[in-house]
Design a protein around this ligand. Structure first.
Ligand code: ADP
Length: 351
């Protein structure tokens, strides 16, 4: 697909786009298509605009770009925006979908000059594929083995100049030789409530629903700094407004809806509270390892590490130490449990 006057729409993509949340499947309408519609992340936007303008003026592919940050902050959206701004074709996949070297070689040998190849969850790429990618990124070639056994020989296949955009929630798990080959690195941060309010106001227009400014700010405060969560909650509150025969989502509807969904005014969900309660009641406040905690609360380790923990840590309810997770005094206060003295203060924070 070539994009000249038109923009890239993920729905038109010939390659499957995989989202972590099923609620996202009909969410394409909410995805900003150009940098000017992308709220927040001001520094990233300004720098990207400079790099894109320069690459376009030179008629070259943008340098390989590494997008790092927790789920739902806009990495996939940014990749599609870069493609639109560059007027480039984009192919999207995620590392777990690439099983064998031939899967990756098949895509790489089909990329076109100056186009974009997006790999989500790049920290999950298999080592053999990573090595193929090093050469593809640096020399725009791949080594391809023809035949088997003693008669096997390696052929170097040239590739067009393309841009790899790799996204990850775990920059620390990406091998150094891979991360070093990205010329541009963007660390996405959690959004502040005002930025999220603007995203909510924009989304409500696109969803053809109205929300009061105060209600949008209240919802923003409960959205864990994450646009994906803000959009998902907005859709549910639209349902509650419909149920209550209200044309507008007011602060009253936000309060009512969030309470019905088990979300407290800090944006904590039932599972957040269950994690804290389990650490207190079963492990005396911690430390407890991620695997043990995962079994105790019945939630996948990755979900605890990527979704629940960062917010609990950011809000000061949890800390990570060398020997595991420990709750803080604030967690005891939240759950109204007497602390009996916290014994995990000497563990040395892990960051
Ligand atoms: P990630 O790839 O980091 O998990 P996505 O790019 O899939 O996150 O973003 C999740 C949703 O949040 C998208 O559907 C998009 O509508 C919305 N979104 C993300 N970032 C922004 C932003 N800066 N402005 C407006 N909407 C955003």
């Amino acid at each position: 697909m070539k994009y000249e006057d038109d923009y890239y729409d993920p729905e038109d993509s010939p390659v499957a786009v995989t989202f972590q949340q099923s609620d996202e499947q009909n969410d394409n309408v909410l995805r900003p298509k150009y940098l000017e519609d992308f709220q927040g992340q001001a520094k990233i936007k300004e720098n990207l605009q400079v790099f894109i303008n320069a690459a376009r003026a030179r008629g070259e592919a943008l340098d390989h770009t590494f997008l790092v940050g927790p789920p739902g902050l806009g990495k996939t959206t940014l990749a599609a925006i870069i493609a639109n701004e560059m007027h480039s074709e984009i192919r999207m996949t995620s590392a777990p979908a690439l099983d064998k070297p031939k899967d990756l070689a098949g895509i790489l040998t089909n990329v076109t000059e100056n186009s974009i190849f997006f790999i989500d969850e790049i920290h999950r790429l298999k080592p053999a594929l990573e090595e193929m990618l090093y050469i593809a990124m640096e020399d725009y070639e791949i080594d391809w083995v023809i035949g088997q056994g003693p008669s096997a020989r390696t052929m170097r296949v040239p590739l067009p100049k393309f841009t790899l955009i790799g996204a990850t929630t775990k920059a620390g798990s990406v091998a150094m030789p891979l991360s070093e080959r990205f010329g541009i690195t963007c660390h996405l941060e959690y959004y502040n409530p005002e930025e999220l309010r603007d995203i909510i106001m924009r989304s409500s227009k696109l969803l053809d629903t109205t929300i009061d400014n105060d209600a949008a700010l209240m919802l923003a405060g409960c959205s864990r700094g994450t646009p994906r969560i803000a959009n998902r909650l907005l859709k549910r509150l639209r349902d509650f407004a419909f149920d209550l025969r209200s044309d507008t989502i007011s602060t009253k509807i936000v309060r009512h809806g969030l309470e019905r969904m088990g979300i407290d005014p800090n944006g904590l969900e039932r599972m957040d509270r269950q994690i804290l309660r389990t650490i207190i009641e079963f492990y005396n406040g911690g430390p407890v390892g991620a695997d043990t905690l995962s079994i105790s609360v019945g939630e996948a380790v990755e979900t605890i590490e990527d979704y629940y923990e960062p917010y609990l840590i950011q809000k000061g309810y949890l800390k990570r130490t060398k020997s595991g997770r420990c709750v803080t005094q604030k967690a005891y206060e939240l759950l109204n449990i007497p602390s009996r003295g916290i014994n995990n203060v000497d563990q040395g924070i892990l960051f």
